[in-house]
Design a protein around this ligand. Structure first.
Ligand code: GCO
Ligand code: MG
Length: 405
């Protein structure tokens, strides 16, 4: 069996997605997600110019060999663009293998460790009251875990809050130049404790509460936040500070018992090796699309299991449903799985272009029994929605200094 062709699609059904389709000489094909938000066309060029020509004629069943060929063979290792390109191919090859074996991916990984995958929903509001009401409505729909994000009084926009936009697509899908947003750590600290204090009071002790700091704090500020929020029993605190220097999280750890989650931007096991082996985190948030595919996620999950670290894959709207499907398979198999982020099924166009039968009920996702990943891509339905340049925002402190967005 040989790879006959590889097609790379960039479409924008509300926001941009890069989709890889590996086609074999028998007609069986596989799909992968290779989307890097705000840098989509770099991955398309990397794939079309540097990867596709090397793979035509190869055996699509040699997944590990192709992964190593693209990783070690390129000399230039790691980095978001390289690893998303590898991920797109890797997912598609696992999809093909599943179709050939007539088995869903989770079965090939080792079978089920659980029946349903626990999801956390988002609640974001303009005020504390508004955020808690939205969390309540997610709980009413059956979610047992909710991430709370609230606008910071005194700042025009806040990460994770919609403002006047109707959904994440309108918020993130059409920004031909990067908007600039202000950040103030002092203003954030004036709001954040009250949000969780009120949420616990009003939502009760059972619901799992989560929060994403989106890397805005320094390590010592992160430690302070952890201590402040400890009484409200968070399930995890995400991206509390940057960990380019992996010791940062060790410093936070020395001061607080709040569970820590990090890793959505990591592109390889090397970015989280020390975080995991030093047990300076509790949840690793790598995504199949950004960390090198299913082959790499499997390795990270097994390594993390040695150190009591659980997986909590990234599930933002800039990961396509192909990545979501891969995560649901991985999460169904991974024994040390923790929780999956979930922002809903996507808009009508997304659902039409990427079809699957993953069932979401009472805050759990149930894996597809279809062979491979169990998701399809409708090329014709994607055609009316071509790629549109769109950026993530850039953050500045009130004095104009560029800060982490
Ligand atoms: C999350 C993330 C996202 C990112 C986005 C950037 O936890 O869901 O932080 O919202 O901002 O994926 O591309
Ligand atoms: Mg995040």
């Amino acid at each position: 069996m040989k790879i006959r062709d590889i097609k790379v699609f960039a479409c924008c059904p509300g926001r941009n997605f890069v989709t890889v389709k590996v086609i074999t000489d028998t007609g069986v094909y596989g799909l992968g997600d290779a989307t890097v938000n705000g840098r989509e066309m770099a991955v398309v060029a990397y794939l079309e110019e540097h990867v596709v020509p090397c793979l035509i004629g190869r055996d699509p069943q040699a997944i590990e060999d192709i992964w190593q060929y693209l990783y070690k063979g390129a000399y230039w290792r790691r980095g978001p663009i390289t690893m998303a390109a590898i991920a797109g191919i890797d997912m598609a090859l696992w999809d093909i293998k599943g179709k050939l074996a007539d088995m869903p991916l989770y079965q090939m990984l080792g079978g089920k460790s659980r029946t349903g995958v626990t999801l956390y929903a988002h609640a974001n509001g303009e005020t504390i009251g508004d955020t808690i009401n939205k969390a309540q409505s997610q709980i009413n729909q059956g979610f047992k875990a909710v991430r709370l994000q609230c606008a910071v009084p005194g700042l025009e926009v806040t990460y994770g809050v919609l403002g006047d936009k109707k959904d994440y697509y309108e918020l993130q899908g059409n920004r031909p130049l990067p908007p600039e947003e202000q950040w103030s750590t002092a203003k954030y600290f004036n709001m954040i404790e009250e949000l969780f204090c009120e949420a616990r009071k009003q939502l009760g002790p059972e619901v799992k509460l989560l929060h994403d700091v989106h890397s805005r704090l320094t390590p010592i500020e992160s430690a302070r936040l952890g201590k402040l929020l400890e009484p409200y029993n968070l399930f995890f605190l995400e991206d509390v500070c940057i960990a380019e220097n992996q010791d940062n999280l060790q410093l936070v750890r020395q001061h607080t018992t709040i569970p820590l989650a990090i890793g959505e931007t990591y592109n390889s096991i090397w970015d989280c090796k020390e975080l995991i082996q030093n047990q300076s985190i509790d949840f690793i948030r790598t995504a199949a699309t950004h960390a090198g595919g299913i082959t790499a996620m499997r390795r990270i999950a097994d390594f993390a299991s040695l150190f009591n670290v659980q997986t909590a894959p990234h599930g933002a709207p800039d990961l396509s449903p192909i990545c979501f499907a891969a995560h649901i398979h991985l999460n169904t198999w991974t024994h040390n799985f923790g929780i999956q982020e979930y922002v809903g099924p996507g808009n009508e166009q997304v659902q039409k272009i990427f079809s699957h039968d993953i069932e979401v009920k009472d805050g759990l996702a149930f894996v597809s029994e279809a062979p491979g990943l169990g998701v399809d891509f409708d090329e014709l339905a994607a055609e009316p929605y071509p790629y549109k340049r769109s950026y993530l925002p850039v953050s500045r402190l009130e004095d104009g200094t560029v800060w982490n967005w």
